[in-house]
Design a protein around this ligand. Structure first.
Ligand code: GLN
Length: 447
């Protein structure tokens, strides 16, 4: 714990942590020491973990990297975090992210950019950018992030670490600040697949506090990582033909595909005809859900309140105008628009239908193939500022990650190479819902 805290302070310029829980983490470490000595320590004894600033931890500040939650402290602990603590993990601090988890570069935080530790002029990806850099730069052993449309997988890809989003509903969302509830998922950023498996095993499972959490049994993922099966793998051809895909990323992922074939797996090209629709569908639905979810931040109940208010309406307006950043405001407006009476059917209803088609096609492919492989992101880590004036370009950074989010299936990003600038390239694998065991075992094999 001391070493990690030292690293966080020494590499403060990365801006990965918003807060270190120093005294508490050291006290937890002492308590775990005792438990280790008397043989009562839990499964995660000594694992030093950072949490993205969207996860509630009782008595600690919680801000979703937003001004609007300034001064707010959690009244309870997220179920996933509680389960980590029960197994004696040590929570070392709270990590920077895009405001309300909206972004793909960590440039939307009220607390400033996070720097990619491989190249400080580049973004770490987002929205769990602080969480990815924390693992990349050895500021903690593992991070708990959230993934609505790629927010653990894409930063993991940019930072050369493992990013894993389980099946929708596998981990309780109780205590996770809502962005788009039908997509939101707690996810993991780790150095190894073993760590991801162990953490999933602890955090997953039914929860009386979240009725959408799956009741299914939780396998002992970490004990099921051995596999010598030969799999049927589909690579999504349309992705490799997409315009914005960098050649080096393409070549690296196609190289893995060939390697898998050489290793005796059956590898075939598959068609996914909806690639052009996934980003628009994702942004219509997530902004709609966000506009509703973020309605609660009104200056009355949480955190920040504008001090220049004159009446109730101005309290709402001024608090929200001053408290929310630009990107969050943009999304609330977009979401409000697509839900408005005149446009609801044209946008929201239609996007729901397209989501259904995307899910059905994805499930159909996953009936025929054990895994689908594709790049995690079309590019390696881009320069800070490169996409900030063009939201559409930024949204396209999600083109390969949102399919799994729209379909609710599990997906992982593992580092498989580097480009000529030394920047990491991530391979993404998807599988059928609740087949995390095979996904983790196979990813472990590749890594
Ligand atoms: N970049 C995507 C977005 O901005 C994904 C974010 C996320 O997964 N939280 O919506």
């Amino acid at each position: 714990v001391e070493q990690y805290i030292h690293n966080i302070k020494e590499k403060a310029e990365l801006n990965a942590f918003l807060e270190i829980f120093e005294e508490e983490a050291l006290a937890q470490a002492n308590a775990v020491d005792q438990k280790l000595a008397n043989g009562t320590a839990g499964k995660l004894a000594g694992m030093v973990i950072g949490i993205k600033d969207v996860l509630a931890y009782k008595g600690h500040s919680l801000q979703a990297s937003s001004q609007i939650l300034d001064g707010y402290k959690s009244l309870y602990t997220a179920s996933a975090v509680q389960r980590l603590l029960q197994e004696d993990a040590i929570i070392v601090g709270r990590q920077n992210c895009d405001e309300f988890a909206m972004g793909a570069s960590n440039e939307n935080s009220a607390f400033g950019n996070v720097l990619n530790a491989d190249d400080h002029s580049r973004v770490p990806g987002g929205s769990s950018g602080g969480s990815a850099v924390a693992v990349q730069a050895d500021l903690c052993l593992a991070s708990i992030g959230s993934d609505t449309g790629g927010s653990v997988r894409q930063p993991a890809s940019f930072c050369g670490v493992v990013g894993f989003k389980p099946t929708y509903s596998r981990i309780s969302r109780y205590g996770l600040i809502a962005y788009a509830s039908s997509f939101d998922q707690i996810g993991l950023i780790t150095k190894s697949v073993e760590d991801a498996a162990l953490l999933l095993e602890v955090m997953a499972g039914a929860d009386g506090m979240d009725s959408t959490a799956s009741q299914r049994e939780v396998p002992a993922y970490s004990e099921l990582l051995q596999t010598n099966k030969k799999y049927k793998i589909g690579y999504i051809r349309d992705c490799f033909e997409s315009e914005g895909l960098e050649t080096e990323v393409k070549d690296a992922i196609l190289g893995v595909k060939d390697m898998l074939r050489d290793a005796g797996h059956e590898v075939e090209a598959v068609e996914f005809p909806y690639l052009d629709y996934i980003v628009p569908t994702y942004y219509i639905l997530t902004t709609a859900e966000a506009s509703s979810n973020l309605g609660r931040f009104d200056g009355v109940k949480y955190g920040f309140r504008s001090d220049s208010v004159t009446d109730l309406t101005s309290l709402y307006k001024k608090t929200r105008a001053e408290g929310f950043g630009k990107e969050v405001q943009r999304r609330i407006m977009l979401g409000t628009f697509v839900l408005s009476a005149d446009y609801y059917d044209a946008y929201y209803t239609k996007a729901q239908k397209v989501r259904r088609l995307i899910k059905e096609k994805t499930d159909e492919l996953l009936e025929a193939y054990d895994f689908l492989i594709l790049p995690t992101a079309p590019t390696t880590a881009f320069k800070i500022g490169e996409n900030t004036t063009n939201p559409l370009a930024m949204y396209l950074a999600d083109i390969f990650t949102v399919q799994a989010s729209l379909a609710g299936v599990p997906a992982i990003s593992i580092p498989v190479g580097r480009d000529a600038n030394g920047l990491s390239i991530g391979l993404q694998l998807m599988t059928r819902s609740f087949e995390e065991t095979a996904l983790l075992a196979f990813s472990n094999d590749i890594l």
